[in-house]
Design a protein around this ligand. Structure first.
Ligand code: ZN
Length: 310
């Protein structure tokens, strides 16, 4: 099944359900960043979570950033996902591999670490973004995002995300988010019912590997609760907004002196986009042009030497 996101409702609009398949985009991230198995699972789960969180936003340009920073060897994870179905992300130490955990599964919690935080930034495209930070619960990602939704957004939610990766690459990835909306949020019975149903699932990827579609999965979970599956399925993909122009803009921040140094010492400059791993080369002519641009600028330029982002 192609990478896609499908929405549904149940219980007369009291339950919102979203499912996403991210197998191909997780494989793309694995290849771009040369991710180990456990790093593939950690980043893949976070990317699926990002797309699920972004799916509830309203304005077309809305985006969600998830920053996870634990005390494990993987370092930090950063994911940027949009309501438009694009997602990108990286981990600090993509090469870290750990033996399987006690359940015989990829030890994502061990790699991420059990102590640390999850920070979620919701940006609707104007004004100040909404930022909230909660402590990590287990580092397994799904639990941590569920905890964030319950504490920061006060929306009772059940979320499962998963990645199945083997020697051939990512075989299945994605997740499900079930939320009890404010109109039904006081319905304790409904919340308990949803939680117990989600707990009966042994995970998300086993369902995909049994060739279950998202509508099949919704049907199994919510078929007797007035399920309505929205007809549109939205394609989701790995996509990065970096470009050579942005790299040049970032290089410009170094200022005339540093740029001249780059021309003399290295005959140019090389930059890598952290989000997608793309390498960009600027030659001496590009840098000379930047120096010329800088000299034409009448406004003083602020220099952020250590925080070049593009
Ligand atoms: Zn990029």
């Amino acid at each position: 099944m192609a990478d896609q996101l499908i929405r549904a409702t149940a219980a007369n609009g009291g339950i919102r359900a979203v499912g996403v398949i991210t197998t191909r985009l997780t494989e793309e991230a694995r290849q771009r960043h040369k991710l180990s198995y456990v790093a593939t699972a950690a980043l893949g789960r976070t990317m699926a979570s990002g797309l699920l969180l972004a799916s509830s936003m309203k304005r077309a340009e809305s985006r969600v950033n998830i920053r996870i920073k634990g005390d494990g060897p993987l370092g930090g994870i950063l994911v940027d996902a949009g309501l438009n179905g694009t997602v990108r992300g990286y981990v600090d130490h993509p090469e870290v591999e750990l033996p399987p955990n006690a359940l015989g599964k990829l030890d994502v919690g061990g790699a991420v670490g059990h102590n640390g935080y999850v920070r979620v930034v919701r940006d609707v495209g104007y004004g100040y973004p909404y930022t909230s930070t909660v402590e990590l619960v287990s580092g397994e990602i799904g639990d941590d995002i569920t905890h964030y939704l319950a504490t920061s957004e006060q929306t009772p939610s059940a979320l499962i995300v998963g990645v199945f990766v083997d020697k051939q690459g990512v075989q299945a990835a994605g997740g499900l988010l079930l939320q009890v909306l404010p109109k039904a949020a006081t319905d304790e019975e409904l919340i308990a019912q949803l939680e117990s149903r989600v707990q009966t699932l042994s995970g998300f990827t086993p369902l995909l590997r049994q060739n279950k579609t998202l509508p099949d999965i919704f049907q199994n979970l919510l078929g007797d609760m007035g399920l309505v599956i929205l007809p549109e399925s939205q394609l989701v993909r790995f996509d990065c907004s970096c470009s050579f122009e942005r790299v040049l803009d970032a290089l410009k921040m170094f200022g005339t002196e540093e740029l001249q140094d780059m021309i003399h010492k290295d005959n140019g400059a090389e930059a890598k986009c952290e989000f997608c791993g793309e390498m960009y080369q600027a030659n001496s002519e590009h840098l000379a042009q930047l120096i010329e641009d800088l000299q034409l600028q009448t406004q003083p330029l602020e220099i952020h030497k250590n925080s070049i982002l593009f």
